[in-house]
Design a protein around this ligand. Structure first.
Ligand code: CTP
Ligand code: MG
Length: 231
């Protein structure tokens, strides 16, 4: 089946507190976004890449990759789910959409292979890369974010961190996202929309090096993992 990568890259990176959206910060002389696009484009199973960029973004057009024939830019939306919906809605109905955060440059081909394998061979609508939770999980009492207190300990068994890529049929994902957003559900990843629509979604044990760059301290970590991938 045809696989098209969809990259939400229309965020502002507020938690990074940099002078520009985090996808345009440099690691080893290349922007995070370029590392991410390269990791996807260089995979032989990925036919094309669609990237969601903010209409006001002055940075993307300056990148050499902006004119690449394998890349299409579309306008991002208010929230991540809006950006993804706008992108997947442009895809042919019968292709697979492999949705991957721009802020996750440390993606390996091995993880893409593993995800594609599970989604195309098992009786599931699609799947996501994920890693099992390692720490003990605490639920805080609602309210007081200044001095939070523990309400109870969540059972860690069967608890996973959701990563990206997340792989689904483009038509099913477009419908599920549109429906979830219309219902006002908290759609923080593609799987949450697919779950709400009643689909079965596989958890695929991925490499924990595939971090989402969120805060300044994640930059040296990502640089380390990127070097490790290239070895
Ligand atoms: N994203 C997007 N459109 C939005 C918001 C986010 O395409 N309206 C993208 C981001 O560019 C990022 C990915 O979704 O690649 C994951 O989001 P996140 O890590 O939260 O990035 P930001 O929203 O940019 O960061 P912050 O939440 O700290 O502002
Ligand atoms: Mg965000």
């Amino acid at each position: 089946p045809t696989i098209i990568a969809v990259v939400p890259a229309a965020g502002i990176g507020s938690r990074m507190q940099a002078d520009r959206p985090k996808q345009y910060l440099l690691i080893n002389g290349k922007t995070i976004l370029e590392h991410t696009l390269q990791a996807l484009h260089s995979h032989p199973a990925i036919a094309h890449v669609v990237v969601a960029i903010s209409p006001e973004d002055p940075f993307f057009a300056e990148l050499p990759v902006a004119s690449a024939s394998w890349l299409t830019r579309i306008a991002g939306g208010q929230e991540r789910a809006d950006s993804v919906l706008r992108a997947v809605a442009t895809l042919p109905a019968d292709c697979w959409a492999l949705v991957h955060d721009a802020a996750r440059p440390c993606l390996s081909h091995a993880d893409i292979d593993k995800l594609v394998g599970v989604c195309t061979q098992q009786e599931v609508a699609g799947g996501i890369l994920a890693t099992p939770v390692r720490d003990t999980m605490k639920r805080a009492r609602p309210g007081a974010s200044q001095s939070p207190e523990i309400a109870h300990t969540e059972c860690r068994e069967n608890l996973w961190h959701a990563l990206t890529p997340q792989l689904f049929r483009a038509d099913q994902l477009t419908q599920a996202l549109a429906q979830g957003l219309a219902q006002g559900l908290p759609i923080t990843d593609e799987a949450s929309a697919m779950e709400a629509a009643g689909y079965c979604v596989a958890l695929v044990d991925g490499n924990p090096a595939n971090i989402k760059i969120t805060r300044p301290a994640d930059m040296p970590l990502a640089q380390f993992y990127l070097s490790a991938l290239q070895e």
